[in-house]
Write a protein that binds this ligand. Structure first.
Ligand code: HPA
Length: 281
């Protein structure tokens, strides 16, 4: 990246991490990607539609964190999706798995380095807006970062400029495109603000009450990747699958397996949006 300072030890380390990881990815795949996809909880099957040229398990890539979360496969899938060259992460890594901000965003920097200029992020999230129902999709228009972490090392950059404030991270044209797909295909896609927490616990009733004043959905991922992607100049769209609806006054227990099942049910609609974003331009 040309627009950041390389003066700190942190910065040097994260540049070295990227070079080591990239060298191995390049042994498996020499292509150039147009679009990067990060497929979160229950969304991984979208990768099955890729005409794969290379599948690279994260544990073959030095410095790449292993994905331990439920239903996250943990591999890059590189190839073409409806004729567009893509690199997908089938499963992601989270801060709650014990990784740092730099680790969970290494995949984005790899995608950028192999050419990606658009990034589609997907995640499972808790719906907090009373208009939400399980299975709905939320097109993220902005975020509130309550992870208490942000870009570090080479990613820190300076505190000004395009792509560094939450609102300018998510691409309005890609959001409009996604909304038009939902209208055409007759499913619900809301626009909303994503509240990012580190997890791994789901929220208490008091937290849901607080967070619903801040945003529409809550989840444990996406914001680190979106911030780094914007810093790299990628056009970003983030799609949340509402897997449970938070009703602080009539609470239901949220459990990771139910979240996976609900996300899988919503995956066909997510796939329609992903395909149209991939084929845009
Ligand atoms: N909270 C946080 N993360 C989540 C939730 C939730 O309710 N549902 C799915 N991911």
């Amino acid at each position: 990246m040309s627009n950041v300072l390389f003066s700190t030890r942190d910065a040097r380390e994260s540049t070295e991490k990227l070079s080591a990881a990239l060298a191995v990815v390049r042994k498996f795949w020499k292509g150039t990607a147009e679009v990067g996809l990060i497929l979160g909880t229950g969304c991984g099957d979208v990768a099955d539609a890729i005409d794969a040229e290379a599948v690279i398990p994260y544990d073959r890539v030095p410095q790449m964190p292993r994905s331990t979360a439920l239903a996250h496969k943990g591999q890059f899938v590189c190839g073409t999706l409806q004729g567009t060259s893509v690199i997908a992460m089938q499963g992601r890594c989270h801060l709650y798995e014990g990784y740092g901000f730099d680790d969970v965003t290494l995949g984005v920097r790899i995608m950028h380095a192999v050419g990606a200029r658009r990034l589609v992020l997907s995640n499972a999230a808790g719906g907090m807006n009373p208009a939400h129902a399980t299975g709905d999709i939320v097109l993220v228009t902005g975020h509130v970062n309550l992870m208490w972490q942000t870009r570090t090392g080479v990613l820190r950059g300076t505190p000004a400029g395009p792509g560094r404030s939450g609102e300018s991270v998510y691409d309005p044209e890609l959001i409009d495109l996604a909304a038009s797909v939902a209208r055409r295909e007759n499913f619900t896609a809301h626009r909303g603000v994503y509240v990012a927490v580190s997890g791994p616990n789901y929220e208490t009733r008091a937290e849901y009450r607080f967070f619903r004043r801040l945003g529409d959905v809550v989840g444990m991922s996406t914001v680190p990747e979106a911030l780094v992607a914007a810093e790299c100049g990628l056009r970003v769209i983030a799609l949340s699958l509402v897997t449970n609806v938070a009703r602080p006054d009539a609470p239901e227990r949220v459990d990771a397996e139910d979240v996976v099942v609900a996300a899988r049910r919503a995956e066909p609609n997510l796939r329609k949006i992903v395909l149209s974003v991939v084929s845009s331009e």
